[in-house]
Write a protein that binds this ligand. Structure first.
Ligand SMILES: *[C@@H]1O[C@H](CO)[C@@H](O)[C@H](O)[C@H]1NC(C)=O
Ligand SMILES: *[C@@H]1O[C@H](CO)[C@@H](O)[C@H](O)[C@H]1NC(C)=O
Ligand SMILES: [Cu+2]
Length: 189
């Protein structure tokens, strides 16, 4: 019983490290377009992107597409050697690592009038926070596949003074407090 509680707490704690999973629609209501001269640099600069977040490109697929490109191709608006191309009109991209992720519309002329965006997750400062998803995490889906990461819900031990902890960390701490209070001589292996 106590072991199960400890495991539940550990699962909840572990999920804190990579629980963000926010979804950002590029350009918000405007979407991915050349109408209205959306400044996607300005759009991105207001966001706090994290590993695990989902970037959603919504657009009319008859007029646009999405190419992930290198920094050089981003700067030059070159559509000649994309790293990945998306064409469904509702394409999601899950951020899997820190750093820059460069996207352009590959339709000639569109990038150069501003249909380009640099999604950047700042590199970690020296004080190490929990690293993001481990390399080779289950969500390897490249194209349309979306994997929204939600915090694991650990089972609540019956009788525990925890009903609806609003976040995983709070839940984990509450469970640990419960164990400390009622667990008696809990011996870690
Ligand atoms: C877009 O916004 C960025 C940052 O706010 C700014 O530096 C840049 O000049 C803007 N670009 C255009 C074409 O207005
Ligand atoms: C676009 O994709 C997102 C996530 O994959 C989904 O939630 C949404 O319903 C889709 N919208 C349309 C119009 O298909
Ligand atoms: Cu376009």
């Amino acid at each position: 019983m106590e072991k199960a509680v400890v495991i539940a707490a550990l699962v909840a704690l572990a999920s804190v490290g990579f629980s963000s999973g926010a979804v950002y629609t590029v350009g918000d209501k405007a979407g991915w377009t050349i109408i209205g001269k959306v400044n996607y640099t300005a759009w991105a600069s207001t966001k706090n992107f994290q590993v695990g977040d989902i970037i959603l490109f919504v657009y009319n697929k008859n007029f646009h597409n999405v190419m992930e490109v290198t920094k050089e191709d981003y700067k030059a608006c070159s559509n000649g050697s994309p790293l990945a191309t998306h064409t469904t009109g509702n394409d999601s991209f899950t951020i899997k690592r820190r750093g820059h992720h460069f996207f352009i519309c590959g339709v000639p002329g569109h990038c150069s009038i501003g249909q380009k965006v640099d999604i950047r997750v700042p590199k970690l400062a020296v004080s190490a926070a929990p690293s993001g998803a481990p390399a080779g995490a289950p969500s390897s889906g490249g194209g349309g596949g979306v994997s929204v990461r939600t915090p694991a819900i650990a089972p609540t031990p019956s009788g525990a003074p925890v009903t609806a902890a609003s976040n995983a960390l709070g839940f984990a701490l509450a469970v640990l407090a419960f164990v400390a209070t009622f667990g008696g001589g809990l011996v870690m292996p």
